[in-house]
Design a protein around this ligand. Sequence first.
Ligand code: HEC
Ligand code: HEC
Length: 493
Amino acid sequence: MSRRWEPDIPKVWDEDALRDWATPLAGLNVPPTHLSAKEYYSFKIENLRTYPVYFPGREPEGYREMLERVGPQPLIEPDKLQTEDDWVNAGKLVFEQADFLHLRSRDPKFIEEARSREQLQRAGVRPLPDGTLVGLRWVPTREGLAISSANCSFCHTQNLPDGRRIPGAPFRTTAPRPPATFRVWPMISRVQAEKHVLVGSPPFYMGPEPIGIWLYRAYGVPWTGNDILEQLKSVTQEEYETLDLAPRTSGALLRWNGSPFFPAKIPDLIGIKDRKYIDHTATHLHRGIGDLMRYAALVTSAESTQFGSYRVVSSETKRTGLRLPDEALFSLALYIYSLQPPANPNPFNEKACAGQAIFRREGCPSCHTPPLYTNNKLTLASGFQVPKDKPVSLDVLDIRVGTDPGLATKTRKGTKYYKIPSLKGLWYRGHYLHDGSAASPDEMFDPDRLNDDHVPGGWMPSGTKTRAISGHPFALRLRDEEREQLLAFLRTL
Ligand code: HEC
Ligand code: HEC
């Protein structure tokens, strides 16, 4: 028998590692303040298996009885893992099953709703081909069955119409409205918000305070002076819905510290191992597996609420006080590192070969350098210079590609930088540029996108019908045939 694999598991909330991890923010010149290790490790460990929610009538035989009977089961059992493969497979379960610890609810009303065909149909909820509902999970707890929302797997899995799944690839929100399952969430998060638990999902908030106050807590950037969200502080729930701010067609989903005005599309996690920075704006360094574990912990239960001297939550707001075990985050990160792209159906034929020559001729490799198709460096948002006191850990080019500077400058994720993304997996990704404003590689290289009367396939600000997708001017003046060749090449990556 082979020797047991004894991994060296980095400490997730390690103050030494946290110190230089986050990038200073534009206008504030300090990084967000992290929770202390003491506070993080005072959180109660949650380690529970979760199960898919099926559309009524589509459950396997005996499913409901099984859920009532099984009781709480551990999500990960480190003692039972022998080999590295065992750890990766355990990480697969964490990726698929981990839920939003603060969105769990045992309220019979919500449980009934998720089991009522009539209510689901009225909300327009449709099952995936295997009968399951995107994003919802059952959690058998010691106190009984709870309903919750899936964490990583929700946003970071692409569900194909034929029922296949691509774990790690971005969820595609090409529907004109958000997926209907989202409408089951408001109920749950309303209850949590009334209890003043940090819920980073304002579109779903319907608590007693004006929605604008909550929006401001989630997305406001008080140090920018002229904060665009200031005007939203007084909006009502109805106004908020008609404003339709959720960046629904961008492949983005609103998250804590994000922005309804300057969205960040969901990135592809396949290939993350080779990337030096995390997030479109390089909010954090990616120095190794510990940083990926840290990021997973951050977005699950340790979001920053303090920025320099600014506290963005109310004094009553509590944290969930729950965390996943470090072993679960380690196996999750190992699994994410192991993800492989789906088989590429696009052949490297003569046309693609001609496209490769154009890729070189147009200077793309200076930034999108093979074999990663990124040089792993940062560019500046329009109008910015390389700061004199930039941390030595950041590799910043004195280059601006001229895309919308909003995310990099007017949000709590604004660092002034946009990282140079890898082009690998471009063919299945579905949304392009940091805000997902282009919906296909064709649109990226269509010169019409620079015109004000362009109708973007992806994100558009609320209330607009046309808009120029500015910046990244490379290869926009090609002859039709050459453009086709370049696109054929890009699709092979
Ligand atoms: C509600 C949707 C959502 C959920 C849930 C979610 N993510 Fe993300 N994730 C995003 C979005 C959107 C971004 C881009 C943020 C940005 O660039 O500012 C992102 C960025 C990332 C990145 C950075 C990738 C890169 O190349 O820069 C990693 C890593 C990541 N997520 C991992 C996770 C893990 C692990 C989980 C579960 C613990 C998770 N995410 C849960 C939406 C989500
Ligand atoms: C000076 C550096 C630079 C050069 C040269 C460059 N790019 Fe980019 N590219 C970037 C940056 C930075 C982004 C991200 C911009 C953003 O998100 O706002 C990007 C984004 C992209 C994207 C969108 C990827 C995604 O997933 O969102 C594609 C496709 C792309 N580039 C292809 C090309 C091609 C093809 C060429 C050559 C014709 C090229 N780029 C030349 C820096 C460059």
